[in-house]
Design a protein around this ligand. Structure first.
Ligand code: ATP
Ligand code: PAU
Length: 380
C-alpha cells in the first residue's frame, strides 16, 4: 500500500524481514502494549530491495524532498507491523531481540542521536512492563500518552494513506475519500479490551469524551468462558455460522410475531440480548457455541454502535471512525456497528472503519519520534 510519497506501509504480522537483512536497516521501533495485545511498528530502509527493485530509486535518492527541513530515508522505506498477545509478552521480547529491533542503528547521519536505542511505548503496558523491558532487553521505554497516540495514529492514517477509511453497508466495503480540509471534528472510537471515545478537533487537539468497559475484552473473555474457544479468531469464525435468534429475545417473541411500529421496532429486532435463555429450560450445553458467539458479538457491537452514536450526537458529530483490534475486519462486527449507527442516527451519522484498525496507538507512538520523517509524508 503506497502512503503519500514513496513511503510504503506494509501490513504483515511476522517474519517480515528477509533472513539476511542487516539490523542496521531498522531505524525506529514503537510498541503499544494493551490489555489484550501488543502491537509493534518499526521502520526499515529498503536497501535490501535495491537488487530486485531496479528502476526504482534507492533510499539515498529520497534526499531532496522539498520540505525545507531534513529528509530521511524512511520515506522510501517500509513500516512493519506485528502483534502479540499481551499474556505472551515474552514472545514479543524474543521477536524484538532476535531481530535486534531494539538496537536501532543510526543508519542515517541526520537521524537524531536522541532517538537512538529508544523504544517509544504507549498503552498501559508501557508502565506495567517497563522493568521487564529493562531486564530482558536492557532498554528503557520512552512512554507516550495512549490517547495522544491513538489520535496521532488516526490523523496520520486519515491524512496519509489512501484508501484507509471505508464504510461497510449491505456487505460492501466502500472507500471514503478524505478531504484534508474537512476532516475535523470527528469521533474516534477505539475498540480494544475496553472502548475509548475521543472527539478529535485537530492534530493534538482532542478530548476523551466517553468510554465503556464493555468492549473487545468482554467479547473474548465471555466468549471463551461460554464456548470453550481457544482463540479469538475461532470465536469469530463460530459467530459466522451462528443464529442469534436462538438465544436473543426478539420483539416478535414478546409481541406474538408482529411488528411494533408505534415504538419503531420490527418483530425481528432484538428486544433483549440473551433474553430467550431465561424462559427455556436449557443449560449452557444445550446451546450451540456458534449461536452463543453470534449473540455475544451482536450484543457488544450493537452496544458500542449505540453509545458511539449518542456521543456523536452530544457533540454534533456526523463522522465516526472505528479502530481497535476487536473489529478485526470482520464482516458481521462491522455490519452490526454500521446498522446500529444508522438506526440510532436515523441515517444521519456514518460509521467508518480504518484498515489499520488495531495499530493506531503504535503508529501514533512511532510518529512521535523526531526523526522518522513521517510528518513530511503527511504534509505531502
Ligand atoms: N489474536 C487475538 N487475540 C486476542 N484478542 C484479539 C485477537 N485479535 C483481535 N482481538 C480482539 O482485540 C481486542 C484487543 O484490541 P486492541 O489490541 O486494539 O486493544 P488493547 O490495546 O489490547 O486494549 P486496551 O487499549 O483496552 O488496553 C481483544 O480484546 C479482542 O477482542
Ligand atoms: C483503560 C483503557 C484506556 C486502556 O487502554 C481502555 O481499556 C478503555 O478505554 N476502557 C474503558 C474504560 C471506561 O471508560 O469505562
Amino acid at each position: 500500500m503506497e502512503c503519500g510519497m514513496r513511503g510504503q506501509l506494509e501490513e504483515r504480522e511476522s517474519k517480515i524481514m528477509s533472513p539476511n537483512q542487516s539490523t542496521a536497516e531498522v531505524s525506529h521501533l514503537a510498541v503499544d502494549i494493551g490489555g489484550s495485545l501488543i502491537k509493534v511498528v518499526y521502520s526499515s530502509s529498503n536497501n535490501n530491495n535495491e537488487a530486485d527493485d531496479k528502476g526504482k530509486k534507492s533510499s539515498n535518492d529520497c534526499v531532496g524532498i522539498p520540505n525545507g527541513s531534513s529528509d530521511y530515508p524512511v520515506l522510501c522505506g517500509r513500516l512493519h507491523f506485528a502483534k502479540f498477545e499481551t499474556s505472551k509478552i515474552n514472545d514479543c521480547l524474543e521477536f524484538i531481540s532476535s531481530k535486534q529491533l531494539h538496537q536501532c542503528a543510526d543508519w542515517h547521519h541526520e537521524a537524531s542521536s536522541h532517538d537512538k536505542n529508544i523504544i517509544k511505548a504507549t498503552g498501559g503496558g508501557a508502565y506495567k512492563f517497563a522493568d521487564l523491558f529493562k531486564e530482558k532487553l536492557g532498554v528503557s521505554l520512552d512512554k507516550v500518552d495512549e490517547m495522544d497516540c491513538l489520535v496521532a495514529g488516526s490523523n496520520f492514517l486519515l491524512k496519509t494513506v489512501h484508501p484507509e477509511a471505508f464504510t461497510y453497508i449491505d456487505g460492501r466495503e466502500e472507500y471514503v475519500q478524505i478531504d484534508h480540509n474537512d476532516l475535523y471534528p470527528y469521533l474516534l472510537v477505539n475498540i480494544g479490551s475496553g472502548v475509548s471515545m475521543i472527539k478529535v478537533d485537530g492534530d493534538g487537539k482532542f478530548e476523551r469524551v466517553s468510554g465503556t468497559s464493555v468492549g473487545g475484552g468482554t467479547f473474548w473473555g465471555l466468549g471463551k468462558l461460554l464456548t470453550k474457544c481457544k482463540s479469538f479468531d475461532e470465536l469469530l469464525e463460530l459467530s459466522q455460522k451462528g443464529n442469534n435468534r436462538v438465544i436473543d429475545m426478539l420483539v416478535g417473541d414478546i409481541y406474538g410475531g408482529v411488528d411494533c411500529p408505534k415504538i419503531g421496532l420490527s418483530s425481528t429486532a432484538i428486544a433483549s440480548s440473551f433474553g430467550k435463555a431465561i424462559s427455556e429450560n436449557k443449560e449452557l450445553e444445550d446451546y450451540r457455541p456458534e449461536d452463543i458467539s453470534r449473540s455475544l458479538l451482536r450484543l457488544i457491537s450493537n452496544n458500542i454502535g449505540q453509545i458511539s452514536y449518542l456521543n456523536a450526537l452530544r457533540f454534533g458529530l456526523n463522522r465516526i471512525f472505528f479502530g481497535g483490534f476487536f473489529i478485526r475486519g470482520h464482516a458481521y462486527t462491522m455490519d452490526t456497528i454500521s446498522v446500529a449507527v444508522h438506526f440510532w442516527s436515523k441515517g444521519e451519522a456514518k460509521a467508518m472503519f480504518l484498515r489499520h484498525e488495531g495499530f493506531l496507538g503504535a503508529l501514533g507512538a512511532f510518529t512521535s519520534f523526531e526523526s522518522h520523517g513521517l510528518n513530511d509524508i503527511t504534509t505531502h
